[in-house]
Design a protein around this ligand. Structure first.
Ligand SMILES: [Fe+2]
Length: 177
C-alpha cells in the first residue's frame, strides 16, 4: 500500500500535540491529525478493504476487525474535535487515541498490508495504489501542519464540532452542499 508509514506520521503529530504548549498550535495539530485519520479510514474502506476481502484468507474477518477499530478511533476523534485543548477531557481522549492507533497501525502495517502486497497481482496493486492516492487528494487538509489558522482548511471544512462528519461527507461525496 502507498504511504504505509502514514500511521506513524500521525503518531508523530500526536507526539507534537503533547510537546507544543501554544493552545492554538495544539488545536491546529490535532485538527490536522483528525483530518489525516479520516482520510486514512475512508480511503481504506473504499479501496483497500475490498481488496483484503478478495485476496486474504480470512479477509472478511480481518476487515470486520479493522472497521470496528476505525469506529473506535472515530468516536475518539469526535471527542477531540469538540474538547477544549488542555482540558482533562482533551488529554484523556488524546491518550485513548494514541493507544487505539498503536494497535491499529500494528495490525494493518505490520501484518495485513504486507500480506496483501504479497498476494495481490501486480497490475491490481498499481491500480489500487492510484485509487488510494486519488482518494486522499480529494480531502481538504492543511499543507503545512503546524502553521496555525490555515485559511483554506478552515474555509473548506471549518474547525470544531462536526469536523469528522464534514470531512467524511466530503470524502465519500455524501454531502450535497
Ligand atoms: Fe486503518
Amino acid at each position: 500500500m502507498p504511504g504505509v508509514d502514514e500511521g506513524h506520521a500521525v503518531t508523530a503529530l500526536l507526539g507534537e500535540v503533547r510537546t507544543v504548549r501554544d493552545p492554538e498550535m495544539r488545536r491546529d495539530l490535532i485538527d490536522t491529525a483528525i483530518s489525516e485519520l479520516v482520510r486514512h479510514a475512508v480511503a481504506e474502506e473504499m479501496y483497500v478493504y475490498p481488496a483484503m476481502r478478495k485476496h486474504l484468507p480470512d479477509g472478511d474477518k480481518a476487515v470486520e476487525h479493522d472497521i470496528e477499530e476505525h469506529k473506535d478511533i472515530e468516536r475518539t476523534l469526535k471527542d477531540l474535535e469538540g474538547a477544549d485543548v488542555g482540558t482533562a477531557e482533551f488529554e484523556q481522549a488524546l491518550g485513548r487515541l494514541e493507544a487505539l492507533l498503536a494497535d491499529h497501525v500494528q495490525d494493518e502495517e505490520s501484518e495485513q498490508f504486507p500480506e496483501l502486497r504479497r498476494r495481490i497481482p501486480r497490475d491490481e496493486l498499481v491500480d489500487l495504489a492510484e485509487k488510494v492516492e486519488t482518494a486522499k487528494k480529494l480531502a481538504p487538509t492543511r499543507p503545512h501542519p503546524g502553521a496555525p489558522n490555515n485559511q483554506v482548511f478552515h474555509k473548506l471544512v471549518g474547525p470544531g464540532v462536526g469536523l469528522v462528519d464534514r470531512l467524511r461527507d466530503k470524502l465519500t461525496g455524501r454531502a450535497t452542499r
